[in-house]
Design a binder for this molecule. Sequence first.
Ligand code: SAH
Length: 275
Amino acid sequence: MPQPRKQFAQHWLRSEKALSKILAAAQLQKTDVDGIPGDRVLEIGPGTGILTRQLLTQADAVVAVEIDRDLCVSLTKKLGKNENFLLLQGDFLTLDLSELLAPFPNFQNPNKVVANIPYNITGPILEKLLGTIAHPAETPFDLIVLLVQKEVALRLVAKPGSSHAGALSIRIQYLAECEFICDVPAQAFQPPPKVDSAVVRLRPRPFELTATDPRRLEQLIKLGFSSKRKMLRNNLQSLIDRDHLIQLLETQGINPQVRAEDLSVKQWVELSNQF
Ligand code: SAH
């Protein structure tokens, strides 16, 4: 095992159980005898290749993006013979995937993401994969299965009223269906991270109610959650007159004393659309 590098948030997964849960959640297919096309997977941060090796047996093609040059050398030695494997060395956040994949027809437009990602860049990775409310990803993935910090997983799947509900919950749930798959204890990694982890599955889709002014919705969510203990009407004071907001909430059948974490995604969109 290579010495893990802190700057790249390297923690090697070593639990077979966690590995099989991730793979099961990804529901991978190879092209079958009837020609029904299989999956092309994008993996971010393959590390030592423990997950990559399994992905290669279960999917048509795997594109992996790894920032660490030394790891790329050993991954190429270990897995380079697989014709369905393409390794890109670089920073996932800054590289232009579709441009890099242009010369490789078999690897273009991956339809699923399966990865044990570096936790220090979880937010930016989610944004690159899903886009934002105002600019959703143009060609969304069918399915995204990620191993993330448990605290983040709980925020991604938080229902209204949950203590984990926050701006991230609303922004991501507007863009994708979010499911909690399973807990993964810190001991499942070498070295164990300071936090527990969890597997989540995201299914990008257009939200049931479209925001007529997505920028306004983003602004509302940001301000609405700016001070967690306060009532929504106080957090939104700079944007909308208090009495007017109370009136809007009441026409939506919402208690005017509501806090940001109590509103559902649909209620956020409705509120934004009424402005
Ligand atoms: N998937 C492996 C490794 C997870 S650790 C396993 O489960 O064991 C996170 C991995 O992401 C490391 O290999 C690290 O080098 C890589 N990484 C960190 N920052 C990255 C970035 N910006 N772009 C691509 N890979 C990155």
